[in-house]
Ligand binder design. Structure first.
Ligand code: NAD
Ligand code: ISE
Length: 341
């Protein structure tokens, strides 16, 4: 059976996911596209896909069985609520939404529906390196995790993207918040932010930032977010445990030897670094959506990351340790982090 998919938002990652769904993966077909820039949707939609004037029309169309949301974060809430009202499985790019109140509204709607429909685009959980790192930690051969060092460097902010000083904290940090919860089987309870000397390359942007996540177990996570590091997209992670450390390998592995010496290539951007992770993320989404449901990162996980982003924005202003207080986890999302996966 081929899953008939509608894609909302046909910008950078929308186009990337359309390519993936049409050229890389089987079992899915993009039958519809929509974007507030209708001309763009028409230009990048695959041949035969219907262009809908609004996201709501696409979601309610009988030809669409499942939806992929790649619009801007502030548009996600309304589109998610429409998908839940229509009872359609939906993959939503991160961030789930941009405020905790909006996350709660989406969670309430999904809980009232009674079945998981939403998968959030935290692709790191599908990356083979992160999965091996998690398997090592879960095997507990190194003892308890004490500290996680997470480095999140972007070469540059794409010129076409409207990127503000809040976005390293409410758009980029959400990946580190989610992967920390997932790797450590823990929740974030507080956030501190320190702002060092600014990079001249960022113009007026608050860049870089250093974030400290306090986890419920007492473990600490330090996160470097740089969004104008020039040399490439560099994602690193190392966990210090009681009896050893476990790290992500440097990626990709291509090693060049020439008259300048020996060097390793750094991926250009998220498209290159996580290409296999996005493929796997969609394989698993298609399988669950075909059954009328969702697995993987949930609305609860999106809510947790949104609370961390909110706390980080408060912390950058206050300079203090800002608490993260989560509501009680609905049973739809399991009782532990493991069960919710
Ligand atoms: P983009 O600006 O290139 O594309 C966004 C598109 O959405 C634009 O074409 C815009 O016209 C459209 N849009 C905006 N509001 C809309 C609405 N209400 N209805 C329909 N279309 C609408 O941005 P992007 O980089 O493609 O990012 C899109 C989303 O994907 C963001 O939430 C971003 O955080 C996320 N993202 C995730 C990753 C990842 O690694 N998982 C990487 C990049 C972007
Ligand atoms: C982008 O939206 C992503 O999600 C990328 O994974 C992240 O590295 C980048 O900083 C964001 O802007």
């Amino acid at each position: 059976m081929t899953l008939k998919v509608g894609v909302i938002g046909t910008g950078m990652i929308g186009q990337e996911h359309i390519r993936r769904l049409t050229q890389v993966l089987s079992a899915a077909e993009v039958v519809a596209v929509s974007d507030i820039d209708g001309a763009r949707a028409a230009a990048v939609g695959p041949e035969g896909a219907k262009v809908f004037a609004t996201a709501g029309d696409l979601i309610r169309s009988n030809t669409v069985e499942a939806v992929v949301i790649c619009s801007w974060g502030p548009a996600h809430e309304e589109q998610l609520l429409d998908c839940i009202a229509a009872g359609k499985p939906v993959f939503c790019e991160k961030p789930l939404v941009t405020t905790a109140a909006a996350a709660l509204r989406v969670m309430e709607a999904e809980v009232a529906f009674g079945r998981r429909l939403v998968q959030v685009g935290f692709m790191r959980r599908f990356d083979a390196d992160y999965r091996r790192l998690k398997a090592t930690l879960d095997a507990a051969v190194l003892g308890a995790p004490l500290m996680f060092h997470s480095t999140h460097r972007n070469a540059a902010v794409p010129e076409e993207l409207f990127y503000t000083s809040d976005m390293p904290l409410n758009d980029t940090l959400v990946h580190d918040a989610d992967i920390s919860r997932w790797l450590l089987n823990d929740e974030v309870t507080g956030v501190e932010v320190r702002v060092p000397r600014r990079s001249r390359r960022g113009n007026d942007l608050r860049d870089p930032v250093m974030v400290l996540l306090h986890m419920g177990s007492g473990a600490l996570v330090d996160v470097e977010i740089s969004v104008n590091i020039a040399y490439g997209y560099d994602i690193r992670g190392e966990v210090s445990c009681e009896e050893g450390t476990a790290s992500l390998p440097l990626r990709p592995a291509t090693l060049i030897r020439d008259i300048h010496g020996v060097r390793q290539l750094v991926p250009a951007d998220w498209r290159e670094r996580f290409i296999e992770a996005y493929d796997q993320e969609f394989r698993e989404w298609i399988a669950a959506a075909g059954q009328g449901t969702a697995t993987g990162p949930s609305t609860w996980d999106g809510y947790a990351a949104t609370l961390v982003a909110d706390a980080a924005l408060r912390a950058v202003e206050s300079g203090a340790l800002e608490p993260v207080r989560m509501c009680q986890r609905p049973s739809l999302y399991g009782t532990t982090l493991e069960a919710a996966r």
